[in-house]
Design a protein around this ligand. Sequence first.
Ligand code: SAJ
Length: 402
Amino acid sequence: MYTGKETICVVGLGYIGLPTASLLGTKGFHVHGVDISKDVVDIINQGKIHIVEPDLDILVKSAVQSGKLTASLQPTEADIFIIAVPTPFKDGYQPDLSYVERATRTIAPYVRPGNLVILESTSPPGTTEEVVGEQLRQAGIDIDTSVYVAHCPERVLPGKILRELIENDRIVGGLNDASTNKAVEFYKTFINGEVLATDARTAEMAKLAENTYRDINIAYANELSMICDQEGINVFEMIRMANRHPRVNILSPGPGVGGHCIAVDPWFIVARAPEKARLIRTAREVNNYKPKWVLERVAMKAEKFKRPVIGCLGISFKADVDDIRESPALEIVHELMQMNLGEVLINDPNIKKCNGLELIDYEDVLERSDILLLLVDHKQYKKLRATDLKEKILIDTRGAVL
Ligand code: SAJ
């Protein structure tokens, strides 16, 4: 039985690993976090954070100050190991599982009989067994009788991570029943949601299916937005109307789909079943096309000016975060600069620096732009009113301005 006083080694201190590690630290566990970046390790050991997420700073500070959370470049022995490293895709949209493989190899020398090893990274079906299990096996560990190995996909929404980490139901799937039971027991010590038991492959696929469900629904909204534009219909108003039907809930169009999850995970299904995953692939293609469509709109509007000032509002992948991974807004900004239609001004209230881009004050962008291109519905931008913009042209990809 887990008492809540065990030692836990969390590998990967990013958007999932750090909130999980600090939460467990404040729940009484002794947590040791591991990351390959010395900067990240140093920042955390000072009780500070390297990402933007509401209230995470308070949690990390409290866990570090109480001595329950430490970080380093190397793992330590522990009762439970949690792997929370990235699973991006590489060329040809094939899953890149090298981080999971490397993380497992790094912890293997520290894993002892009776330990529980959990993979939280979103992974294609079979990864827990074929990558984590296999690496442990190669290190001489008997994964059938000596240790417990399970997958428990993270499901938290950036921007609401701390609440969802506790409240969301969790799916737990072990490589065998004993592993499933052990992992279920662990999650029950700190989660208020239900902990649902299954096998590792089902847990892996369920997570991919959740994000793919959202991607397909956003693709529908994005496709509607392009059709409505052609028909002279305000898509946001139309969706508000349609959603008054009791069984309809159309999502919001935007400049495309970004982030390290929804824009990536459907490809893991396509990679496993390229012939069968036709709807899933098409939804990805629709969402990937949307930034190009937005750029065409900007180019059309720019024709009215000699050399317009184009003000871009937001570069993160979604509202109220600082995360730019796979951001369609950033893709659009980069492309706009290449197109050289005019002067490009950029603001993002959550980002001060971004590889070579100059970000300036929101007021400056508002003041100087001929065309305002709203790419992210950050809360600061939602206060804008169309009537305040006078003769400026507004391209509102998110329907944020009333
Ligand atoms: N988006 C739209 N329209 C919408 C909703 C989202 O264009 O109506 C865009 C966003 O702007 C963003 C992208 O989609 O560019 C993804 O944003 P998101 O808020 O839908 O999702 P993520 O990537 O922040 O988090 C998702 C969540 N998955 C689901 O909601 C099914 C989260 O629960 C997962 O834990 C996370 O992926 C993950 O880590 O896998």
